[in-house]
Every structure is written in C-alpha cells, then in structure tokens.
Design a binder for this molecule. Structure first.
Ligand SMILES: *[C@@H]1O[C@H](CO)[C@@H](O)[C@H](O)[C@H]1NC(C)=O
Ligand SMILES: *[C@@H]1O[C@H](CO)[C@@H](O)[C@H](O)[C@H]1NC(C)=O
Ligand SMILES: *[C@@H]1O[C@H](CO)[C@@H](O)[C@H](O)[C@H]1NC(C)=O
Ligand SMILES: *[C@@H]1O[C@H](CO)[C@@H](O)[C@H](O)[C@H]1NC(C)=O
Length: 155
C-alpha cells in the first residue's frame, strides 16, 4: 500500500520535472544561432499571440485560469514573449516574410475574446469569484513533490 502511493506520487513529481525540462529546452532553442526564416516566422507567430494575450489583463487572467500548466509557468512564458515582441515587430524583413503577425494577433485576439476564446481556451465556465482549476492543480503538484521527497529519503 505504502509503496503504491509512493510510486504514484513519485510519478507525479517526474511529470513536473519533465515540464520543467521542456521549459529549459525552449529557452535553449531560442538561443540557437541563425534559424531559418520559417523557424523565425513560427517563433514570431507564437510570440505575437502570447505577448498580446499577456499584455491585456482580461486575456491574461483567462489564460492563467484556464491553462493547466501552472500559473508561474504561464506568467514567465507571457512575460518573455512581451519582452521579445517589440524587436520582432520592428523587424522589416521578418514582417515582410511572415506578414505582420503583431497586427494580426491584436485583431484576432480581440475577435477571439468577443467570441469567448483566449488562445486555445474557451472562457465558458469562468464565473467571477469562483476559485478553482489551475492554481489548485499547481498546489496539489507542489504537495505531491514534497511528499515524494519525504518518502524517497525516509524509505
Ligand atoms: C496565432 O494567432 C493566429 C490568429 O488567431 C492563429 O491563426 C495562429 O494559429 C496562432 N498561432 C499560434 C502559434 O498559436
Ligand atoms: C506591424 O504592425 C504593428 C501594429 O499595428 C506596427 O506597430 C508595426 O509598425 C508593423 N510593423 C511593420 C514592420 O510594418
Ligand atoms: C483588452 O482587450 C479588451 C477586449 O478586446 C479591450 O476592450 C481592452 O481595451 C484591452 N485592454 C488593453 C489595455 O489593451
Ligand atoms: C484565436 O483562436 C484560435 C482558436 O479558435 C486560436 O488557434 C488562435 O491562437 C487565437 N488567436 C489569438 C491571437 O489568441
């Protein structure tokens, strides 16, 4: 019994660890030199969307509350996008090759929001004042890690 719970808890902490390494890989990828124009467009696409969502408090709070990956992770991701976007917006070559994704993101985020969509999430079921979802998952995850550490080191 004890060991089954320990295994489950240990697995949960592995999942969190995998998430953290995916994050680290993303950061590493962003530092690689001379990406192709295609790669730069994909990066611009994503950065424009994330920055637009992150910079508008209405969009941002929906994404934070709807996404499952944890509030701290999302905040870091959006803040990084906000920092990177201005240089991309001003890059004439990039905007000619990909299209002005900054402009598209601003228009499309507003359209999406008016239809109840932010990023890939629907705003349905988000009643003001009800506190559930991402933060709860995050807290449960943190507790799981704590317990697994205790189990591993005491067992
Ligand atoms: C960014 O937003 C545009 C417009 O809504 C959409 O077509 C595109 O797929 C989005 N890109 C990403 C990476 O989410
Ligand atoms: C792309 O659109 C943004 C927002 O409308 C604008 O500020 C920027 O100057 C445009 N970039 C280029 C290179 O035209
Ligand atoms: C955020 O988005 C909403 C809905 O599209 C818009 O009404 C509001 O002006 C935006 N806020 C800012 C600070 O851009
Ligand atoms: C708009 O919504 C679509 C899904 O309906 C999504 O793929 C896209 O990323 C959203 N665009 C922005 C800028 O949030």
């Amino acid at each position: 019994m004890h060991s089954i719970i320990a295994k489950i808890v240990f697995l949960l902490s592995l999942i969190s660890f995998a998430e953290a390494s995916a994050d680290a890989k993303l950061e590493a990828r962003q530092q690689t030199v001379t990406p192709t124009m295609d790669q730069r467009c994909i990066e611009y696409d994503w950065t424009a969307n994330m920055s637009t969502i992150g910079a508008n408090s209405s969009y941002r709070s929906v994404l934070m509350r709807k996404s499952n990956v944890g509030t701290i992770y999302n905040a870091r991701m959006m803040d990084a996008a906000i920092k990177q976007l201005p240089a991309m917006t001003a890059d004439q070559e990039l905007n000619r090759a990909c299209g002005n994704f900054t402009e598209r993101a601003l228009v499309q985020a507003a359209n999406n929001f008016s239809e109840g969509i932010v990023g890939q999430f629907s705003t349905a079921g988000l009643a003001e004042g009800i506190y559930a979802g991402p933060s709860v998952i995050f807290i449960v995850g943190a507790i799981s890690i704590l317990f697994s550490v205790v189990w591993v080191f005491s067992g």
